[in-house]
Design a protein around this ligand. Structure first.
Ligand SMILES: CNc1ncnc2c1ncn2[C@@H]1O[C@H](/C=C/CNC(=O)c2cc(-c3ccc(F)cc3)cc(O)c2O)[C@@H](O)[C@H]1O
Ligand SMILES: [Mg+2]
Length: 214
């Protein structure tokens, strides 16, 4: 049977990256996507912006919405302090299976909790099920129409505190206009646009960083 693109991406990681070396996993995926097959990872250019936001924040608890193949999961987790935790939600079982193996290859299983399920189902369970008190960082990279409803759900579930950071990918391409309007107009957020390019292309895209003001 034909392999899928995520399966071929995993193959590139297992062939070219060193087990236990997260940066080599990130590099192997970027090479694969730049020279073999494009895939919707945040990529190396926006990835550097992601790295700087994570490093500056030094978060103890991170939530990622939309694991896909685990590229940004590995990228974020490789920068977390020793006891920090990253919970990543992915509702496509085939993608979750690939991401799980990418995360294992990077040797980051201890920092990452991959949950197979939807944001709508699991955001309300964060506190009781994972013992999460507050989220220091949320990286949004799932369906773009769900950025806004899920942000409201995070607020309603009391998961954001003064200083919590929402970092959203693709606010230009494919775009999430309703989300952008909301965080830029709301007095409860201080929002900032980091201009960049759509992964592995010259098209404009960017990340929006929004600090919750409480
Ligand atoms: C709604 N709740 C959800 N809960 C859990 N997982 C969810 C999810 N929604 C989606 N997912 C998962 O996240 C991932 C979805 C990502 C959606 N991303 C995009 O569409 C996207 C698309 C592009 C893109 C840009 C230009 C273009 F021409 C074609 C594609 C670039 C990106 O960086 C993207 O992130 C999948 O793995 C999906 O199964
Ligand atoms: Mg994206």
């Amino acid at each position: 049977t034909q392999s899928t693109r995520p399966q071929r991406l995993l193959g590139a990681v297992q062939k070219n990256a060193t087990r236990g070396d997260p940066r080599s996993v990130v590099k192997a995926i970027d090479e694969f996507c730049r020279h073999k097959e494009w895939a919707m990872n945040v990529g190396d250019e926006k990835g550097c912006i992601l790295d700087s936001v994570v490093s500056e924040l030094n978060p103890a608890t991170v939530l990622e919405l939309g694991t896909y193949c685990g590229y940004s999961t590995v990228r974020i987790a490789s920068l977390l302090p020793p006891h920090a935790k990253l919970i990543t939600l992915e509702f496509n079982p085939d993608y979750a299976k690939i991401a799980c193996q990418v995360i294992a290859w990077a040797g980051l299983e201890d920092k990452i909790q991959l949950v197979e399920g939807s944001s709508a189902e699991w955001i309300p369970k964060m506190k009781e099920h994972f013992g999460v008190k507050m989220l220091d960082l949320v990286f949004m990279d799932h369906w773009k129409d769900d950025y806004l409803p899920d942000t409201k759900l995070l607020e309603d579930c009391g998961l954001l505190r003064k200083g919590s950071v929402l970092l959203a990918d693709n606010v230009i391409c494919p775009g999430s206009p309703d989300y952008l309007k909301y965080v830029r107009r709301s007095p409860r957020y201080k929002s900032q646009y980091f201009r960049s390019h759509l992964e592995y292309t010259k098209a404009e895209d960017g990340l929006e960083k929004s600090v919750f003001l409480g």
